[in-house]
Design a binder for this molecule. Structure first.
Ligand code: GTP
Length: 350
C-alpha cells in the first residue's frame, strides 16, 4: 500500500478533563497502554511507511514516549503548531512536503479496520478526498455524511438535530487526501476540516467520496465513550491481542503478577493488569480494568470503571462508571459515581 499518515493529536481534550489537562487525548490508555502506541503499531502492521504527528497541546508527553517510532515499527515525525490551527490547518501544516496520497487520522478515535480497502476505494474513484464513515444509532453530536450510490458525497450535516437527517453514517475522523486538496485550506489561521474545508471542496465540485469502514470504531473523547470502549474490549467486540492471547478464567484476565486476596470477589468481566492488587473483601467487577500497579483497598466495591497506572481506591470506597487518572486516589469510604478523578500531580503528563 505504501502511504504516509498524518495523525491529528493536538486538541485540548476538554471533554475528558481533568484526565487530559496535561495529557494529550491520544495518549489515554486503552487496556493499560497509550492508545497512540497501539495506533502506530497497527499502522506499521498495515504497511504505512511514515507517521507525522500534528501536535500542539502538551507535545512532550507524546514525543518523550513515542520518540522516533522505531520500537513501534515505523518512522514517526512531529510538527508542533506555533498557534492553534484547528483540524484543517493542522493537516495542511503537517502534510507539507508529503507530495503524494496520504491518510489522516483523528488520533483520539479508537479503531481497527483494513486501511488498504479504504485507499483502494479512494484510488479507484480518483477522489481528491475520501472520508471514512461509521454507522451509529445516535448520530447527534457527530458530522453526518450523505452520499449517492457511487459513494460521492452530496451533503454534510454537522451535529444534526434529532430527525434532521436519515443517514446513519458519520464522519469517522479517518480520511485519504490528495495533496491538491490542501489548497482548499487557507494558511495562517484556525480552519476546521469538517466544517469548512470539506464543504468548500463540495461547493467547488471536487470529487469527495465516502465509504463505510469495516471494523471496530469508537470515539474515546468523553467519560461514557471511554468506558464503552473498555466494555467493548471485555465483551470481545474489539478483539485486542491481550484479551485474545492471555488465558482468561471465565472472562477474568489476570496478569501473572497481579495479586487478588482469597477473600476478594471478582465479578467478570474483569481485566487485572500487571502488579495490580485487590485486597481482602473487595468486590471488583463487572466491567473493570485495573491498570498496571493499581490497587483496590479492603472492602471496596468497584464496577464499570477503568483505573490508570498506579491509581488507588481506598478501603470501603465505592466506585462506579468512573475513570481514575494515573496515580489518582479515591479516599477510603468515599462514594464515586460518574467521576473522572485527576491524576496525581507528580505523574501528570506522563
Ligand atoms: P475536546 O476539547 O474534548 O472537544 O477535544 P479536542 O480538542 O481533541 O477536539 P476534537 O475531539 O474535536 O478533535 C478531533 C481531533 O483533532 C483530535 O484528534 C484532536 O487531537 C485533533 N485536533 C483538534 N484541534 C487540533 C489542532 O488545532 N491541532 C492539531 N494538531 N490537532 C487538533
Amino acid at each position: 500500500m505504501q502511504v504516509k499518515a498524518v495523525l491529528l493529536a493536538g486538541g485540548l481534550g476538554t471533554r475528558l478533563h481533568p484526565l487530559t489537562e496535561h495529557l494529550p487525548k491520544p495518549m489515554v490508555p486503552v487496556l493499560g497502554r497509550p492508545w497512540l502506541e497501539r495506533l502506530l503499531e497497527d499502522l506499521a502492521k498495515q504497511r504505512v511507511t511514515e507517521a507525522v504527528c500534528a501536535l500542539r497541546h502538551e507535545p512532550e508527553a507524546i514525543m518523550d514516549r513515542i520518540g522516533d517510532g522505531e520500537s513501534l515499527g515505523l518512522p514517526v515525525r512531529y510538527r508542533i503548531e506555533p498557534a492553534p490551527l484547528g483540524t484543517g490547518g493542522a493537516i495542511r501544516y503537517a502534510a507539507q512536503g508529503i507530495g503524494e496520497t496520504f491518510l489522516v487520522f483523528n488520533a483520539d478515535v479508537a479503531h481497527q479496520f483494513d486501511l488498504k480497502k479504504l485507499v483502494d476505494f479512494h484510488r479507484e474513484r480518483r477522489a481528491l478526498v475520501t472520508i471514512g464513515l461509521v454507522a451509529l444509532e445516535d448520530v447527534s453530536g457527530y458530522g453526518v455524511v450523505e452520499r449517492d450510490d457511487a459513494g460521492r458525497v452530496l451533503r454534510f450535516v454537522e451535529k444534526p438535530e434529532p430527525g434532521e437527517v436519515r443517514s446513519p453514517f458519520v464522519n469517522a475522523g479517518v480520511y485519504v487526501f490528495e495533496p491538491a486538496a490542501l489548497e482548499y485550506i487557507p494558511e495562517g489561521r484556525e480552519v476546521s476540516v469538517e466544517r469548512e474545508t470539506f464543504p468548500a471542496l463540495l461547493a467547488a465540485g471536487e470529487p469527495v467520496y465516502a465509504t463505510v469502514l469495516d471494523g471496530y470504531w469508537s470515539d474515546l473523547g468523553t467519560r461514557e465513550r471511554y468506558l464503552r470502549v473498555h466494555r467493548d474490549i471485555l465483551a470481545g467486540r474489539w478483539p485486542l491481542p491481550e484479551v485474545g492471547l492471555q488465558p482468561a478464567r471465565d472472562r477474568v484476565w489476570q496478569d501473572p503478577s497481579a495479586r487478588v486476596h482469597p477473600e476478594a470477589e471478582l465479578v467478570p468481566p474483569v481485566w487485572l493488569g500487571p502488579r495490580s492488587v485487590v485486597e481482602s473483601g473487595a468486590v471488583v467487577g463487572p466491567w473493570v480494568v485495573l491498570g498496571p500497579g493499581s490497587r483496590i483497598g479492603a472492602g471496596a466495591r468497584v464496577q464499570d470503571a477503568v483505573l490508570w497506572e498506579g491509581a488507588r481506591v481506598g478501603p470501603g470506597a465505592q466506585l462506579e462508571s468512573s475513570v481514575l487518572g494515573r496515580g489518582a486516589s479515591v479516599p477510603g469510604g468515599v462514594r464515586c459515581w460518574e467521576c473522572l478523578v485527576a491524576p496525581s500531580p507528580a505523574t501528570a503528563g506522563r
